[in-house]
Each structure stands twice: as C-alpha cells, then as structure tokens.
Design a protein around this ligand. Structure first.
Ligand code: FAD
Length: 369
C-alpha cells in the first residue's frame, strides 16, 4: 500500500477499534489492521461485565480508578455510537454483587467495602437476609459486596460498533495480520503484513498476540490466559443479574445464564476442557444450586491478554519513537476499551491525559535495559 498513514493500530478488537475510532475523531489519518479470523480473540468470548469494584485485586490496585473511568466512558460511548451510526451496544447498569460463602470471604469482602468507601467508591455490604431477598435463588451466602454502578455491555456489538464508527469517522480497516514492525533508525517506519503499510506512529493492540509481532525492540510481557465459559437456560427467577462467588460468576440475561470463567495457562490453545468446566460449575452451583439441574447449552473460550504484573501496558515504547502499546488488559479489556482509546489518542496527539498519572501502566516498567 502506498498511502502513508499518520497512525496504524495493529488489532481491531475491543482495544484496537476504540483506539482507531478516537484517533480518527482527532483528525488523524488512521488505519487499523485485523485478520478477522476466529482463533480465540478475547472480545468474541467475553462476558462484558463492567465490574471495577469487584475485579480489584488489592486495596491499592490502580485499575480500580481506571476501571471506573472506563465504565463512565462506555456510558458516553453508548450514546455517541447510537447517535453516530445507530448502534446499540447493550449497556445496562443494574449493579453487580460478590457473594461470600464462608467467614474468610466475608471478612475479606467486608474489608474491601470499607476500603473502597474510603476511596469514595459506591459499594455496600448486604447481609445474608438482604442478599437472599434480592436473589432468592442464591445459595447459602454469608452476605455480599454490592456495587450498584456495575453492569454490562454486549462485547461483540461493542466491537462491531467501534469498528463501524471508526470507519464512519474516516479510519481504514485493513483485513490483514501484522507480521512485523519496520524501523528506520530510531523511528517506526511501517507495519508489514501481506503488504507494507507506512506510518508515523504504530499502536500495538493485538491482544494476546501482541508479543508475536516481529521487530518489537524488546520481548513483550503479555501472554494468553484462557478463559472458558458456559451457557445454560436460566433457572426460575434469575432474570438479569451478575453475581460473583468463589472462583466463578453468574450472569443472568433473561432466558439464559452465562457462567465463567477459568484462568488457564495453555498457550494459544483455544479449547474448552472438562477440567475447566468442572471448576466453573463447582463455583456456579454454589452461587445458584438450581443450576446443577440445568443442561449446558453452549460452551466457548477465549484468550485474554495478560501482562506479567496483571496491569495493562499503556503508552510509548521507551526507545523506538512512534511505537505505542495498548495491550495487556487481562480480565477487564471490555471495561477498559473506551478509556484506553481516549488515553492513547491524548498521548499520541500530545494533550494532557484524563488520568494524570499513568506510571503504573508505563510499558517501560518491564524493561531496565
Ligand atoms: C472468557 C472471557 C471472559 C471475559 N469477560 C470480560 C468481562 O466480563 N469484562 C471485561 O471487561 N473483559 C472481559 N474479558 C477480557 C476482555 O475480553 C479482554 O481484556 C479484551 O477483549 C482485550 O481486548 P484486546 O483488543 O486487547 O484483545 P482482543 O479482544 O483479543 O482483540 C485483539 C485483536 O487483535 C487481532 N490481532 C491479533 N494478532 C494480530 C496481528 N498480528 N495483526 C493484526 N491484528 C491482530 C485479533 O484478531 C483481535 O481481533 C474476558 C475475556 C475472556 C476470554
């Protein structure tokens, strides 16, 4: 291809499509590349929960603030995508709970409620009776952390809408796989796939496959972590709800209940195993004992891009000018897609970022040479 783009985004999944859309909105000539195959892309498998309060790993996890900003951004995006191209991303916000099934979990979750409230997050503790009243189908819980702003989107509709709106705003979608990054001295020059695509800036947003691209200055600390899911007919009364339990969560969407998910180190092998399903069902039937009598209607899996410290990589390469990373979003890349697009656009354009301190996500943190 002879056209030289201002920016090429490698990957058209949740994160890549959001970056391409934002850069097109900023008036950059932008292309985003995706082979558009079905080989375990995380966005095709994701549940689509927006749960920063529940997914936080510890009291100082910097992804909580990023996640809350991510959820706010998706609320804005839902409106904008509807106005722009009439797309509906299935956003709903009716709260998410994390139920405790023993004293140790109760202590942990109560402490999390106290800590998050000190950080001005809206979370509550529901005692056992309140939890049972709210979810009569719930197993014998000691109580639950309740995050009323939690909710979900439909990840496939989100990605399709982000892609379509990026194109609507002037971006070019290239159906091709990036094989390598070409440099000219200390600067990025092009992306090579089936053709050569020249660009001033390149954003690596290829999910779990990001580290396979040749020509990156250093090995990328992002690996695939497989997640398996299953769907069953909803037991009576479950309706629309998202509740986490011990090692599993349940997402009720009307007629169907989705349960997930495993965290498996299996390389790029995208498959559902009996052992994986057994782990999910142990947790899911504790959450909702009636599920034990429901037939499984579908199973599927996908590969999450997980970094060595579990935090995303957002920002520039420390030495190769024009190379940027937007990857490693792990379990929360749907939640973080929109805000990542905004941050990458602001960094490339040179504007102040909506989240001032991005040092925890600096790609350079892994490389001391
Ligand atoms: C089972 C499961 C459940 C999940 N549930 C949730 C959830 O409830 N909430 C949440 O926020 N997140 C969830 N996630 C995580 C979320 O799906 C990921 O974090 C998110 O999809 C990451 O986005 P991404 O664009 O970086 O990667 P992906 O979604 O994997 O997309 C990467 C894209 O890059 C393309 N690509 C790959 N290699 C190349 C290349 N060489 N050149 C060009 N393009 C390339 C791929 O085709 C793909 O389209 C879940 C994931 C799984 C697997």
């Amino acid at each position: 291809m002879n056209t030289a783009f201002d920016v090429i985004v490698v990957g058209g999944g949740a994160v890549g499509a959001a970056c391409a859309r934002e850069l097109a909105r900023a008036g950059r000539s932008v292309a985003f590349m995706d082979p558009d195959t079905d080989e375990g892309q995380a966005w095709r498998a994701a549940a689509g929960m927006l749960a920063p309060e529940i997914e936080s790993r510890d009291s100082d996890d910097p992804t909580v603030a990023l996640g809350v900003a991510g959820r706010d951004r998706l609320v804005v995006l839902a409106e904008r995508l509807k106005e722009s191209i009439g797309a509906e991303i299935g956003l709903w916000q009716e709260g998410i709970a994390h139920a405790a099934f023993d004293e140790a979990d109760e202590t942990l979750l109560r402490a999390r409620v106290a800590h998050q409230r000190q950080q001005s997050l809206h979370v509550d503790w529901l005692d056992a009776e309140e939890a049972k009243t709210r979810w009569p189908w719930l197993g014998p819980a000691y109580g639950a952390l309740w995050a009323p702003a939690g909710g979900g989107v439909d990840p496939q509709r989100l990605v399709e809408a982000l892609r379509a709106d990026a194109v609507h705003l002037g971006a070019t979608l290239i159906t091709d796989r990036a094989l390598s990054i070409e440099r000219h001295g200390d600067k990025v020059a092009a992306v090579r796939g089936a053709e050569r695509y020249p660009a001033t800036d390149v954003v690596i947003a290829a999910g779990a496959w990001s580290g396979l691209i040749e020509g990156l200055p250093r090995p990328l600390a992002v690996a695939p972590i497989r997640g398996a899911m299953a769907a069953l007919p909803a037991p009576e009364g479950v309706g629309r709800a998202i509740v986490y339990g011990k090692g599993a969560y349940l997402m009720g969407r009307g007629d169907e209940v989705t349960v997930g998910s495993t965290m498996e180190y299996a390389g790029f092998k995208n498959e559902v195993t009996a052992a994986g399903l057994a782990r999910i069902f142990a947790g899911a039937s504790q959450l909702c004992p009636a599920l034990a009598r429901s037939p499984v209607t579908r199973t599927w899996s996908g590969l999450r891009p997980v970094s060595a410290d579990g935090l995303p990589l957002l920002g520039r390469d420390p030495s190769l000018e024009g190379l940027w990373y937007a990857t490693g979003h792990g379990r929360n890349g749907i939640l973080l897609s929109g805000i990542t697009g905004v941050l990458i656009r602001q960094l490339i354009v040179g504007e102040p970022t909506v989240i001032e301190d991005l040092s925890a996500f600096d790609p350079g943190r892994f490389w001391k040479w």
